[in-house]
Design a protein around this ligand. Sequence first.
Ligand code: SF4
Length: 367
Amino acid sequence: MSVTRHDWTKQEILDIYNKPLMDLLYEAASIHREHHNPNTVQVSTLLSIKTGGCPEDCGYCPQAARYHTDVEGNDLMSVQQVKAQALRARASGSSRVCMGAAWRNVKDGPEFENVLEMVRTINKLEMEVCCTLGMITENQAQRLAEAGLYAYNHNLDTSEEYYKEVISTRGYEDRLQTIDNVRKTNVTVCSGGIIGMGEKVEDRAGMLVALSRLNPQPESVPINALVAVEGTPMEEEKPVAIWDMIRMVATTRIIMPKTQVRLSAGRTDMSREGQAMCFFAGANSIFAGDKLLTTPNPDVNEDMEMFSLLGLEPQKPFVKKAQPETVEAKDSKFEALGEKPKWSRPDHSIERNEAAKYKSKKIVADK
Ligand code: SF4
């Protein structure tokens, strides 16, 4: 039986990543079968509850206000709108709804109260609820937990070294602090990253070192392939080769045997054969729905056809962990503290992020 280790070195991970492919696949698939049913795949629906206008400068993200992309901003959705979308997701086979808001960090106030109500509403639909809202304090994590949150997503994105080439408006330590705040509750952690941002294979390994050292390791790890959106600093990055995706999934599976490894952004560019190899290599979760926040994703019917072709079944909700209880707002033990934590603002500039900002200004000026 494979054991969960928290002391992986970058070199050990690189040695795994670079193995002959057949050896890598065999090892990953064997570990996968020890810990998971290889014929079930967890299906999540990602819902953008507040789109665009984000003050951060993540180089891959079309929702950053400073880049000139086609994303249309939207204010926070209503609880009723979210409930309708969750019911639709459940009817099409999703066991989890992940709500994303383009915020740097959560601020106490009416919008967060609304998000808490969304969490209560979806949990009562017997679906797993996940949120990705940016950086949060321990008190905010506790309040989300009390509302019935099942998972909180906060990606490390890449290695600590390469992070400085992707984002300049917050530091890696802030990511780790938020994950730590979530860990103080009974909410599970979802944290992964993106490949294809111009990073080296060493950076992919560096990210896996950081994730694997978290104790416990994240319950789910999304592996995204960059979707290079026009207007973002990364618009010219080449698509990720399927072999890189398969190697990344297989390596993640070996390093983190118990986690759910999720195929996330970039699936529209993957053939069914490519996705099947990823499932064989240990991926056991996907995002469903025709959009992933703002980028395209395969149609739900296409996914269900693929499942039927491969003999895969959608995983039922709460198989890995019991459903959390929902405490109503009036019975809450935690109140908003109105904290203003000092999240970092690193003092460095990233050439391609600055160029994209300048380009957007130029396009607007030229119009
Ligand atoms: S990834 Fe999130 S934090 Fe970064 S710019 Fe996009 S919405 Fe904002």
